[in-house]
Write a protein that binds this ligand. Structure first.
Ligand SMILES: *Cc1c(COP(=O)(O)O)cnc(C)c1O
Length: 390
């Protein structure tokens, strides 16, 4: 089927990359004409252990023959297994797990649990923060473009503070605050890293006022930043950790890890039909075992440094270039002007990237990307820095 044929029936609501992708393996994707790409988007921060990782495919296949669905009212060994793997990886004090099917659902559940456990209404979120697009999670997402048409459905009890502004955070968190939610590295907002002091302060303020601290690690989780979780860089534990994207590597799996502050929620106040189904659990288990057994995260800091330093080196003489920033393999390249055309040229040259805002290119390559593949990415950037058509 051609791209044109597919377009007949699909809602045209995504920006159009003009690509028809049919296959993936490791860091690579192929389109329907057989052209190869290095996927520096990981399918939007999902394929951390690489596309169609064989151990994941096998686990999904094997589980599909055993049991696919099983609601949360029953116990299931796969669910127990993934929950205990997550608890073992997580920072101290997060001993309970609730499974969802996506990032936005993890955030929705976190907000509901925080409100239910505190009996309070107000939620503090960050400017430039992104937490999803369903009504509750959109309510804590900052960007006007996503909110405008739906503002009337979004909670007036959400207050936004400038990210990393300690004074404003101290002023706004009170005994009426149910939750403070933040990303430790803002992803969609353009890869902005939280200050150590800001994160510590958020913890202190929540302890002082009894508010629930929620870290949204939907994008930063599972090695993306060079540690299993971004909170490992900060040494600060939240009360709720929201996860999704790279937990199922494309199989829809999300999770919340919760501290015992949230252990007496009224039964039935939340639920899910698909969340925690054995097939999703099998995908999550196979992924985490691979991530741990193969020591995937160990090389991430070095790969990230190499990629960032090389980008700086080849772009520094380009007057259109502003800066590179990032943590691990979560990287943003900021330019002085628009990057739309550059992103298109990168794709034409076999490198898939995510443009963010007008002047930023985001790179989230699979963590298993090789140094040779990184060199290929750099070569294309170097080549395009000599191209003045963008
Ligand atoms: C992608 C993302 C979400 C939303 O996840 P979906 O699975 O698309 O619903 C929420 N929070 C953060 C930080 C994200 O990056």
């Amino acid at each position: 089927m051609s791209v044109q044929d597919q377009k007949k029936h699909l809602l045209q609501i995504f920006p159009d990359y003009g690509l028809n992708i049919v296959r993936g393996a490791g860091s690579k994707l192929w389109d329907n004409s057989g052209k190869e790409y290095i996927d520096c988007s990981s399918g939007w921060g999902v394929s951390n252990i690489g596309h169609s990782n064989p151990s994941l495919s096998l686990a999904i296949f094997t589980q599909a023959q055993e049991l696919i669905t099983c609601p949360g009212v029953f116990e299931n060994p796969r669910r127990e297994e993934l929950a205990s793997l997550l608890v073992d990886l997580a920072p101290d004090g997060l001993n309970q797990v609730f499974f969802t099917n996506s990032g936005t659902e993890s955030v929705e559940a976190a907000l509901k649990f925080a409100i239910a456990s505190t009996g309070r209404k107000k939620v503090v979120s960050m400017m430039r923060g992104f937490h999803g697009r369903s009504i509750g999670s959109l309510g804590v997402t900052h960007k006007k473009k996503y909110r405008n048409l739906f503002e009337h459905l979004l909670s007036p009890d959400v207050q936004f503070v400038p990210f990393n502004n300690s004074q404003k955070l101290s002023d706004i968190v009170t005994e009426e605050t149910a939750a403070v939610i933040l990303e430790l590295v803002q992803g969609e907002g353009g890869v902005h890293i939280a200050d150590q002091r800001f994160v510590e302060l958020a913890r202190e303020l929540c302890d002082k006022t009894g508010a629930i601290l929620i870290f949204d690690e939907v994008q930063t989780g599972f090695g993306r930043t060079g540690r299993i979780f971004a909170t490992d860089h900060f040494g600060v534990s939240p009360d709720i950790l929201c996860l999704a994207k790279a937990l199922g590597e494309g199989f829809p799996v999300g999770a919340l890890l919760l501290s015992d502050k949230l252990d007496s929620l009224p039964k039935g106040i939340h639920g899910t039909t698909f969340g925690g189904n054995p097939l999703a659990m099998a995908a999550g288990i196979a992924n985490l075992r691979y991530l741990i057994d193969m020591n995937i995260v160990e090389e991430v800091p070095e790969k990230g440094h190499f990629l960032m330093e090389s980008l700086e080196r080849v772009l520094s003489t380009d007057h259109r270039f502003r800066l590179v920033r990032g943590l691990g393999l979560m990287i943003a390249i900021e330019f002085k002007g628009r990057v739309q055309r550059l992103a298109e040229l990168l794709i034409e040259n076999g490198i898939i990237v995510i443009p963010t805002g007008r002047n930023t290119i985001r790179l989230l390559p699979p963590l298993i990307i090789t140094f040779d593949e990184i060199r290929r990415v750099i070569k294309v950037f170097e080549y395009l820095s000599n191209d003045n058509t963008w």
